[in-house]
Design a protein around this ligand. Sequence first.
Ligand SMILES: [Zn+2]
Length: 894
Amino acid sequence: MHLRRSAAVMAFALCSTMLAPLPAQAAADATTAAAPAAAEVPSSLPRTARPTHYTIAITPDAKALTFKGTFAIDVEVLANAPAIVVNADQLAIGAARLVPAKGDAMPLTVTLDKAAQTATFTPAAMPGPAVIAPGLYRLEGSYTGLIDTQASGLFALDYKDADGKDNRALFTQFEAPFARRFAPMFDEPSFKATFDLSATVPVGQMAIGNLPIASETPAGPGLKTVTFGTSPKMSSYLLFFGTGDFERIAKPAAPGVEAGIVSPRGSGEQARFALDELANLIPFYTDYFGQPFPLPKIDTVAGPGESQTFGAMENWGAIFTFARGLLDDPANTTPVRRRYIATTQAHETAHQWFGDLVTMAWWDDLWLNEGFASWMETKATDHFHPDWFPLLDRVEGREQAMGLDAYRTTHPIVQKIRTVEETNQAFDSITYEKGEAVISMLEAYAGEDVWRSGLRAYMAEHKFANSHTMDLWRAVEQAGAKGLTNIALDFTTQPGIPLVRVAAAKCAAGRTTLTLTQEEFTRDRIGQPSAMRWRVPLLVASGTGSPVRTIMANGRATVSVGGCGPVVINAGQLGYYRSLYTPRMAARLAKALPALKPIDQLGLLADQMELSEAGYQPMAAGLAFLGAVPVDANPLVASEAIGQFNDLYDRAGENKAAKAAVAARAIAAWKPRLDTLGFAPRKDESLAFASLRSALIAVLGKMGEPGVVAEARRQFALLDANPRAMDGPLKTVWQRVIARKADPAAWTKLEKLAEAATASSERADLFTLLAAAEDPALSQKALDLSLTTIPGATTSATMIAQVSYHNTPQAFDFFLANTDKIYSLVDGAGRGRYLGRITHEADTQAMVAKLTAYAATLDPDLRVQIERSLSAIRDRLATNPRIVRETQAWLKAK
Ligand SMILES: [Zn+2]
C-alpha cells in the first residue's frame, strides 16, 4: 500500500473503525500438518482448517449500496474440529452447508461474532459427537453485504464524468482486514489460496479483476456475468474487483505480460505517462528479483476521489490508485504530483513480487512489505529517472522516520500486532521510511551484488508462500554478508535512533584519528541515561584519502582516516544515526559544505539542524550549514534549505518581528534562485528543477515576497476573462499562494471555480485550497462547507485536515462537535491516523490540556495517536522559545 503523505505543495497524507481484539495467540494446534513456521504465526482463527480455493460470485446493487453473493471454499480440515471458523464482517450469511469429498452434504448453522469479526459454521443435528473429521470439504453458502462510501471492503466512488454527469464506480480495498467484508474468508495473510471470482454487472460497464476475463455470459435484461481467470495462490487481502464506465489503454510489458491502465471513460491520454512507467517496471523487477511476473496482465485502476489513509494498493495484477496519483492532467498536475505518479507505480509494482509473490506471514512483519517496496521504489526511480535525484530523497525519508522515532511513543520496526486497529496503525513512518532507511544501510553494508543475490535466493525459496524477517537476513547472510543479521536485529527489534558522538579528534602525521562514542538521540529524554546500544556500520570520509568502513560495537569506536581536513562520519548518508561533531569539526564542515557531494550536503544540513533544534548543540552550529548552502545547489539540496527556512518561519509563531527576520533572510538567499529558474515552466527541464520552482513559489509566496505575490495575483485576475487561463503544472501552486492569504472576494471566486470544476482531481484540489485560508472566518466557512454534499464524500475529511495545519484549535473543535459524521467520511482503517493528523500541528498549552483530556476518553489503540501528537507539541513548546531566540541572534550577527 502506498501511504497518503503531506508535502509542502501537494497534500497527500494518512488515517479506522472496528476494534476487534484477536483472541490471545490461538493455541497452536499441534496436530496441524502446516509447515513449522505456521505454528508460530498469530491467528484469530483456529488452525484446524485451511482454505485451498475460493469460488466467489457477487451481484452488486450500486444504487442501493448493497450486494449479494455466493461462496464455495475448498477447505482442508487438519484435525477433529467442532466447527469451521472463518472471518466475516458486516455480512449477513444465509443457508450454508459442508460438502465432504465423499459422503453427504451437512447443513450448517452459522453464528456471527461481531467483535471478533468471525462466522462459525457448526454442523446442524449431526448424529453422534458433533465433530468434523480431518479431510477435504467444500464450505458453501449465500450471503449479502454492504457497499461502503469510503475505501474499505467493496466501496463506491461518485464523480462527474467527462460530460459533467454524476457517475458511480465500484472498487475494492482489502488491506488490512477488509476482505472479510466482501465474502466469508480465512482473512489472514498466511492462509494463501487460489481464487475464482465472478460478478454480475450492467452490460455497458467494464469489470476488472486480478486476472483477465475468462468468460462473459448474459445474465438477464441489461446484465452480464463476468468470470475472471483463476488466480495463483495468494493472500485474501490481494483480491480485487472493480466495475464502472471505464476505458483501458494497454501495451506489452514483457513476454506474455500486458500492462494496462484502467480509468474513467474520457480520461484519454492522461493515463499514458503512468502506462509507460508501469510497462518499463515489469522487466526491471523481473530481472532484479530473478522471478518472472506470474500473471498474464498487470493493470493499474484509477479511482476518482481520495482516501485519508492511502494513495494506492498493490492488488496482484490489478493495482488500485486514486486518479490524482495516476492521471497526468496537463491542466493541473504539479511537478511533485507527476513524480508521485511514477514513484507510486514503482512502489506498487515492487509489491507484485515483495508482498504478493512472497508475503509476510503476519502483520508483525508488515515492514517486510512496506519498507522493501519503499526502498525498491527509490531504486527503480533512480534507474529510470536519475535526473530526478531519487537517491537524495532517502534523506527526507530518514528525517521523516526520525521525526517519530525520537520520541518515547515510537515502536520498533518489527512490532507485536494483535488487534485490527493495531494493524491499521502499523502503516506509519517507522514501517515505511525507517524500513527503507535501514534496508538502504544494510544494502550498503552487504554490497549491491551480495544483497541482490540474497534477495533472489529469498524470492526463489518463498515464492507463492509466506516468510518472516529472519528468512531474509538468513538469505542475505548466506549470500556473503557476514554479520548482517546482528546489525539488522539491532535496528529492527529495538526502537529509537543511535547518536554517534565525536568525543575527540586528533591530527598527526597527515591522518585524523577519531574517538567515537554512542548514545541515543532523543527529543523528549535528553540528558536521561539510555541503555540502548546498536551495532552501527560507519562510513567515515575525509577530504582526501578513501573512506573507511567500520562497525561501532559496544558503543565505542576509534577510526583513523587519511588527511587532516573536514571529516564526515556518515559519508553517503546511508547510516540510520545522527552524527554529533565537536564544535570545531562542525564549523569546518559547514565551511566546506559547498565542496561536498549533494547527498552529504543534504544529509548534513538536515542532521545538524535537527541536533541544534533538539538542543544537542547551539542553533548557530546548525544554522551555519543552512547559511553555507550555495544558491546554485542541487535542486533537492536547495529545496531542503528553503524547507528549513519555512520551518523556522513557522516556529516564530505570533512573533511578527522574528517572522519578518526569517523571511528577509530566506528571500535574500533564495529569491535569486527563483529568478534564475523563472516563474514559467521550461520545456525539457528536469522535474527536479520544476519541483524546486514550485517549492520556492510556495514558501516565498507564504512569506509574502512581493514579486511572487504580485505574479499570483496577476494570474488569478486572468481567470475573470478565461477560467482556463491558469492551466498548467503550476496552477495549484499559484492558487495556493492566493488561497492562503485570501480575502472574502478571492475565497468566493475560488469557491465558484471549485463548484464549476468537473475533473475529479482539480475539483478536490480546489475545495482543499478553500480550507487553506488563514483568515479564521474563511477557514470556518470551509469547515462548514466540508460537511455538505458539495465537495464530495472523499474530500470532506481532507478539508478539515487542511484547516488543522494552520489552525488546529479551530479544526479540532469542529471535529469534536461533529465526530460521528466526520468518522463516517474516513475509511475503515483510518480513524486513528486521521486523529493524529488533525492534532499534530498544535502549538499551545491550551491544546495540550484539551488533547490530554480527550485522550483519556479513548481506547488505548486510538490514544496512541494523540500521545504521539502530544509528544511533538510538548517538544515544540519546550524548544521553540530557545530556537527562535538563538535564530534571531544568528540572523543579526550575519
Ligand atoms: Zn506499499
